[in-house]
Write a protein that binds this ligand. Structure first.
Ligand code: RUB
Length: 364
């Protein structure tokens, strides 16, 4: 598994991954606390599925694949917590915890998919802890393998010297392993392709300015942070060659829900004829949804827009505090605006509805 080298405040360096299950006590789940990176590096431990749901909601961990992994491990925590109850009571309690986990962040479907896969295992193995631990590791290993394949597949769209625009954060913290969209410029850099990344800061939570910029710094990839509104003029001046974004849920027609601001980038890219790809593992596809119209969009706290978290970890007011605020965390990009979707091992090209249907046929 990909570990991240984190320098602690005392100067020592630890190597850990975004989320991991405690080997001694499966009731405990450890997280790199993403809220304060790059200003402070810390690990938080949840001691049960409800606390894990709170950590997911509060974005201690975030990014579709990482919260999927947290959800899978959250079901192990649940089975551990309720291990002394009767089989029926235990099953009901685990189902309740599963709902709490899934409701923590409604848009990213990986959470839903991973929790449901674990629930099926709970029913099949009668909540035997050892088997559930194995199954949760299998799910997380699958995510890890898919991220590695994504990097290898996606690097094929990169040409030497490209300026790549990236939105939000899709690196190792978001995905447990090498990342999805961000893994591509990182691999391109390792292959000597001489790329440069424009990092959209990604208001209001600043995942780009904080996390993407921090991860690219760790990897030594040349990059420049821009305010989100700068993208249009950069494109007009011909300074963007490729746009790479993640995905939190992809409908069967190829409509993509991703971090708010993705849709405007797709409109801009289309206007300037710049290729734009969404990049995602298969766990991000929602086989139950035909179009993006039905994707639930998470409305987050007004505090995220009204205040900013400074490097001394206090919140400061930054706009008129009495004004009403609308803070949707995601938007939906219609499939026709995308050049394609980069998946593990395969780039899906338009018409995406057919490409996705063909992929599903191959699985049957
Ligand atoms: C994260 C976000 C990311 C995708 C990454 O939002 O939108 O782009 O989740 O997923 P948040 P993937 O920070 O609100 O969790 O790596 O699958 O593309």
């Amino acid at each position: 598994m990909q570990t991240m080298k984190l320098k602690k405040e005392d100067g020592s360096v630890v190597e850990i991954q975004a989320v991991w299950l405690d080997e001694e006590e499966p009731g405990k789940l450890h997280f790199i606390d993403q809220r304060f990176i790059p200003f402070k590096i810390g690990v938080l431990t949840s001691r049960g599925p409800e606390e894990t749901a709170t950590f997911i909601r509060d974005m201690v961990t975030r990014g579709a694949p990482s919260i999927g992994a947290a959800g899978a491990y959250g079901i192990v925590q649940s089975a551990f917590t309720h291990r002394s109850q009767s089989p029926n009571e235990r099953l009901e309690a685990i189902k309740t915890d599963a709902k709490t986990l899934v409701n923590a962040r409604p848009t990213a479907v990986d959470l839903h998919n991973c929790v449901n896969e674990m629930l099926e295992a709970v029913i099949q193995c009668n909540a035997q802890l050892e088997l559930l631990i194995e199954q949760s590791h299998r799910i997380v290993n699958q995510i890890i393998q898919e991220c590695r394949q994504i990097a290898e597949t996606g690097v094929k769209v990169v040409k030497k010297g490209m300026n790549i625009l990236h939105h939000c954060h899709t690196g190792a913290l978001a995905t447990v392993d090498v990342g999805t969209a961000l893994s591509i410029p990182i691999l391109a850099h390792k292959q000597g392709l001489d790329v440069h990344v424009y990092v959209n800061e990604t208001r209001p939570r600043l995942q780009g300015g904080r996390l993407t910029a921090w991860e690219l710094t760790q990897e030594g990839v040349p990059h420049t942070v821009i305010a989100d509104s700068v993208a249009a003029s950069l494109m007009r001046r011909g300074e963007v060659d490729l746009v790479l974004v993640g995905a939190d849920r992809i409908a069967m027609n190829g409509d993509v829900a991703n971090k708010i601001g993705t849709y405007s980038l797709a409109v801009l890219a289309s206007h300037h004829t710049i290729p734009i790809y969404s990049v995602a593992p298969w766990s991000t596809f929602d086989t139950q949804l035909q179009t993006g119209d039905d994707i639930p969009i998470e409305e987050r706290s007004r505090k995220e827009v009204r205040q900013a978290l400074s490097d001394d970890l206090t919140y400061h007011p930054i706009i008129n505090q009495s004004s009403p605020v609308h803070n949707p965390a995601f938007d939906v990009t219609p499939n026709e605006l995308l050049t394609g979707i980069i998946t593990p091992g395969q780039i899906l090209h338009p018409p995406l509805v057919e490409a996705i249907a063909n992929h599903r046929k191959q699985l049957d």
